[in-house]
Design a protein around this ligand. Structure first.
Ligand SMILES: *Cc1c(COP(=O)(O)O)cnc(C)c1O
Length: 390
């Protein structure tokens, strides 16, 4: 098997699994208990919190553990909207966010909030002037993703943070794809809230965190016990939190080396596909791009057919076509960067890991060439296109 869908989820690193194991069957105490067994769990949770805070340039008490990126996004938006409703009910976000943000915004619209969805250019970048113009006296929150999960574009987060700070507006970023892949510092980038998730950085699924800057008036999301400074109730997912801490520590210490290796292979992949497959192009930015992301559109191809044929060759990939998103419309991200429906339908996302090899990339390119040729040979539209060209 060749796994090139690391934006969907990653393999939990063996050392992360190893770090987690004792917290299932030996050190299973409840961190809230007084006796030694509980204290051990509490110590492990504290250690994980400190590692994550250090990775962000934050304070440990600003890290709140959650059940993943979606919960962190929901928490940040819903309760900030509620807490700051006295100041206004206007929120600014972008049209290319993950559904955890977009669907939360739709929910808030039903509750009487007004949302401005910023457009992006053909590389997927937010226009800072457009952002400035969108700000109103009643704007309470700006939420812009750090890096896009489909096309890998990295947004100018530091500049957005500066604008938000100068206007006295809260700034949240969904950093689920970026954290662990590119450097993130909440002070330098003026970030007030940040969402991240374990399973996107070789940690376990179902655990993540929300960074909340001290002084932000956000409310609790899960009511109950006094865990997480009474802001997120529920007995801590101790093994998950330990795994998240280990994964973050690992991701930060290997970041430079991984990014160098992955971006070199990514560029090799992009170069070969662009040169050897006709009527295709790269989606997203060539420069402001996650080190492991390649996203192409192939004309006269259906994304699902490509995925099925790649799967038959043992290759895991992803597409922004309609069927894979579970709706009739193709990816909102690909439409937002100006692709036509049929161009978005023919998209393919390949996301590498540190384990990806050049041999694997070569195999994938060879298979892809054959698959694209076969699918085009069956396409009446492609036949018409060739005829028209002659
Ligand atoms: C995966 C992802 C999420 C959701 O995270 P989960 O931990 O799966 O809930 C949110 N935002 C982005 C950008 C993602 O890639």
């Amino acid at each position: 098997m060749i796994y090139l869908d690391n934006a969907a989820t990653t393999r939990t690193a063996p050392e992360v699994v190893e770090a987690m194991l004792p917290y299932f069957s030996e050190q299973y105490g409840n961190p809230s208990s007084i006796y030694g067994l509980g204290a051990q769990s509490k110590k492990a949770v504290t250690a994980a919190r400190e590692k994550i805070a250090a990775a962000l340039g934050a304070k440990p008490e600003e890290i709140y553990f959650t059940a993943g990126g979606s919960e962190s996004d929901n928490w940040a938006l819903k309760t900030a909207a509620e807490a700051y409703a006295g100041k206004g009910k206007h929120i600014i976000t972008t049209g290319i966010e993950h559904h955890a943000i977009l669907h939360t915004c739709e929910y808030l619209e039903k509750k009487g909030y007004e949302i401005t969805y910023l457009g992006v250019d053909k590389e997927g970048l937010v226009d800072l002037e457009e952002l400035e113009k969108a700000i109103r006296p009643d704007t309470i929150l700006i939420s812009v993703m750090f890096a896009n999960n489909e096309i890998g574009t990295i947004e100018p987060i530091g500049k957005i943070g500066e604008i938000a700070k100068a206007r006295g507006i809260l700034f949240h970023t969904d950093a689920v794809q970026a954290f662990g892949q590119v450097p993130v510092n909440v002070d330098e980038m003026h970030i007030d809230m940040l969402s991240a998730s374990g399973h996107k950085l070789n940690g376990p699924k179902g655990v993540g965190f929300l960074y909340i800057r001290t002084g932000v008036k956000i409310r609790s999301f899960v009511h109950g016990g006094a865990q997480e400074r009474s802001r997120r109730a529920g007995t801590e997912n101790v093994p998950g939190i330990v795994g998240l801490g280990a994964a973050v520590e690992r991701a930060v210490s290997t970041m430079e080396e991984r990014a160098g290796k992955e971006s070199a292979l990514r560029d090799y992949l992009i170069g070969r596909v662009e040169k050897e497959i006709p009527y295709c192009w790269l989606n997203g930015s060539r420069i402001r791009r996650l080190p492991n992301n390649a996203n192409f559109s192939f004309l006269y191809i259906e994304g699902e057919s490509m995925l099925i044929m790649l799967d038959m060759k043992g290759i895991c990939a992803s597409s922004g076509s309609a069927c894979t998103s579970g709706s009739l419309d193709p990816s909102h991200v690909l439409l937002a960067i100006g692709l036509k429906h049929e161009e978005a339908h023919g998209s393919l996302r390949l996301t590498l890991s540190e384990e990806t090899t050049k041999e694997e990339i070569d195999t994938v390119v060879e298979e892809l060439k054959a698959i694209v040729q076969r699918l085009r040979d069956m396409s009446p539209l492609y036949a018409d296109f060739l005829k028209a060209g002659k």
